[in-house]
Design a protein around this ligand. Sequence first.
Ligand code: SF4
Length: 435
Amino acid sequence: MATTIPTSTERPSTAPAPTPKAAAKPKPRRVNVRTREVMELVQAEVENHYRSEVVEALRQQGGIVSVGNTTIRLAKQFGFCYGVERAIDLAYAARRVFPDKRLFLIGEIIHNPEVNRQLGEMKIETLEWREADANYEDLTEDDVVIVPAFGASIPIMDKLQDRGCAIVDTTCGDVMSVWKRVRQYAKDGRTSIIHGKASHEETLATSSRARGDDRSGHYLVLLTLDDVDYVADYIRHGGDREAFLQRFEGGHSQGFDPDTHLTQVGVANQTTMLKSETEELQRRIAAAVADRDGPELAAENFRVFDTICGATQERQDALFDLLRKPMDLLLVVGGYNSSNTSHLVEIGEQQLPTFFIRNAECLKSLEEIVHFDLHSKAERSSYSEQLLRDEPIIVGITAGASCPSNLIEDTILRVMQLRGLGAEPLRRALGLAAA
Ligand code: SF4
């Protein structure tokens, strides 16, 4: 009689049952929507929505044009940056590649109401970005979720992974470079001091990475130079722990203790901060650590990486350049919640009357400009004496990295209109055919 030899998959009934393996966590389902055919269609669509031939012509003739008694000067670098262009392209591509699927976006793709309105029209629904709320529970494997240019926090990415939905990740490479820095700080056991706004999408995403892979790392977010001085003083002399934690509530990691976690620090920043302020923060924290530890130990206990992105820096530098030329007032166009745009306003304000406007509609009349006041953090109406005067004026214009060219064109045309000059003389001055 033949003996039955068990196959390798059979086991004798007396053998102990193997411990069941923990279910493997599904990998994030990142999808690539960048095929050549799709991108060709998308670029035509994006150009159609946001391009401006007036702005292009103005740029080509050196950023200056005069019609009658009104001159417009445009900064050399302004408007959409490479990261924003890529994010918008990918969002449009996602709609084309998945025409029938439910398509979601975490928060805003960028901080510009016009762009977000366009995406809304493409039936892209918004998900909460601060934390994964109940709506995330409704997501299924059939859904597609777009991660914006700012990135998203680890808990949100984990939730998307758990739900198994497809992810179109538009996170800017410059933001990911900051994540790499803060992850390394966590790995080295140092606390990340992040110059940024704790409630900004990008900083929230960055600070979640500062906890490191094992979630044991720490971070502290500082916004103002007052915050910096407070922390520098604590580094030098210690202080009231409770008062410290209260002051930075919402801007530090869970379990952060200023008496322990300021020993070894590394500085990073939100990519869109004001460069001069970030440098000042670096100097002040470095000096405090050196005073506490002496120069040798300070070299070990303080690290820094400037993580301001190239596009932000170019726009700030271009504005400084513009401000060296004579101008009567400055219009800065962009979303009120745009960090890089706000910093352009801060730079302008130091030198001349500056109005932070969302779009041309804010220029209601010569007597009324609706604009955002960074100091009171509210929209208000005022007027510009310069714009009102019936004499030659020079109006400077710039825009943040999230502002499309068509909104800049609208603004230029509106200024001309308010000054009693039509669009056609402007087009002629720019060598463009009549519209
Ligand atoms: S502003 Fe800088 S970090 Fe943000 S999307 Fe543009 S290039 Fe990227």
